[in-house]
Design a protein around this ligand. Sequence first.
Ligand SMILES: Nc1ccn([C@@H]2O[C@H](COP(=O)(O)OP(=O)(O)OP(=O)(O)O)[C@@H](O)[C@H]2O)c(=O)n1
Ligand SMILES: C[C@](O)(CO)[C@H](O)COP(=O)(O)O
Length: 246
Amino acid sequence: MEQNVALIVCGAGQSSRFGKKTKKIFHKVGGSALFIKAIEPFLSHDSVKQIILTIDAADQEKLEINHGAFCDFNGIKVVHGGKERCESVNNALQTLRDDINLVAIHDAARCCIKRKWIDEVFDTAAQTGAAMLAAPVTATLKKVEDGIITATVERDGMYEAQTPQVFRRDIIEKAYARLDGHEDKAAVSDDSILVENIGEKVHIVKTDYSNLKITVPGDIPIVEAVLKTFAPKKQAPLGAFEEAQW
Ligand SMILES: Nc1ccn([C@@H]2O[C@H](COP(=O)(O)OP(=O)(O)OP(=O)(O)O)[C@@H](O)[C@H]2O)c(=O)n1
Ligand SMILES: C[C@](O)(CO)[C@H](O)COP(=O)(O)O
C-alpha cells in the first residue's frame, strides 16, 4: 500500500507529573522545545503528508508567539486537545485529509525516536494494518499496594508500549468510533487498546528504552544524553587545505 501518513502528535496534556511551571512540551531539550524535537525526525519522511499537533487551548497564544513560524513553515495543523489523551487524538482524527490512508499517533513527549524505527513501524502498519513501537521489559515487575509488594508479575512476553502507534485509517476510525463506550477515558492510555478491543491484531516493532517519554524531571538528563549519543556526527572542522579548495 502506498503510504500517505497523517502524523498526530499528542501535546495537549497538563504535564502534572513534570511539576514545572512550563508545560513539558515547551521545555527545551537538545536546544529546541520538546514537541519540536519529537516532530523533527518525521519532517524528512516522504510518506508523512499531514502533521496535526494537539495542544491545550490555554497554550494556543504561547505556541503562536514562540513557535508559530515552525508550525506554519512545516504546515502543522494545530488542534485543541481534550481532557484525556484519547479525546485529543479523537479531535485530531476529525481533521484528516481525504488522501490519508495511514495514521501515526506519537507522543510530543517522546523526542528520541530513531528514523529506522519510524520506517519499520510505517512499513509494518502498511502491510498489516496495525503496528506500534514497544520495548521488551528488562527488569522484574512487582505489583505494589500501599508500598508493599503483593505480586511479582511474570515478565516473559511483557513489553513497554511506546509511540508512534500506526494504523490503517479505517481501523483507527472504527476503533475510535467506540470511544464513547468507554466510561473511564483515562484508562484508554494508548491507541492500541482501542484497536485490540475491536479484535484487530497489533504488531510490535521492537525498540529499546532510549525511546523514552519525558514524564518526570529526572527524565530530562537521560533524554539529553540519548540525544547527544545519537545526534548526527558533526563534520570535523575543515583543515586549511580543504578551506583553500572552497
Ligand atoms: N489530554 C491529553 C493528555 C496527554 N496528551 C499528550 O500525550 C502524551 C503522553 O501523555 P503524558 O506523558 O501523560 O503527558 P501529560 O498528560 O501532560 O502528563 P501528566 O499525566 O503528568 O499530566 C503527552 O505528550 C501529552 O501532551 C494529550 O495530547 N492530551
Ligand atoms: C501512549 C503511551 O506513551 C504508551 O506508553 C502512554 O500510554 C501514555 O500514557 P500517559 O499516562 O498519557 O503518559
